[in-house]
Design a protein around this ligand. Sequence first.
Ligand code: HEC
Length: 180
Amino acid sequence: MRRDASVWVLGLAAVLLLTSCEKPKPALFDTSLPVLEVMVHQIDPGAWAFWGASGEVADAAGSKSLRPTTEEGWLAAENGAVQVAEGGNLMLLPGRVRDEEWIRLSKKLTQDGLAAKAAVEAKDSAKMYAVGAEMFQTCIACHTKYVPALQPGAEPVGAPLPDWPADVKLKQEQFLEGKK
Ligand code: HEC
């Protein structure tokens, strides 16, 4: 019995010694930029570069397709899609990630961005429009839940979130209703 106990104590001492020798690991990521900065400078411009090449705009003169007409135009849309796809991953870095719903929506944003990239590569305008509407819903879902200024009864602070022009929004609603 005595011997067993001393072996155990020695073992414990060895474990403690090893643990105390472990140096703290340097952080792999520098997440000093707040989420707001990543939204405003990466995710938002990326989404708009993609949306700006999807669907059509209507004004008094009639409706005009936003489909790119140059290789630069297609590239800009694809760049935007990648910014959104990787933006979803950025929301999952330590210090930014919140709860299960946040994880779900961040992953969804990445899926939407990847689908957007694929649609641009295929130069499939209809698909780009459909994916764009889906992506928009992901932005709204996350903002409704996590941006305090957008919660019911909250006092608005700062600039409001950008919204689609009314005609585009109407078409999106019609599109989503048709899909259900
Ligand atoms: C995983 C959650 C999440 C997703 C998905 C998300 N956002 Fe955000 N977004 C936030 C949070 C949280 C804030 C507020 C950050 C703050 O104020 O600290 C924000 C703020 C913003 C703002 C700044 C609003 C202001 O205060 O003026 C913009 C612009 C924005 N998001 C655009 C987008 C776009 C576009 C998408 C979709 C392509 C998107 N976001 C998707 C969480 C998200």
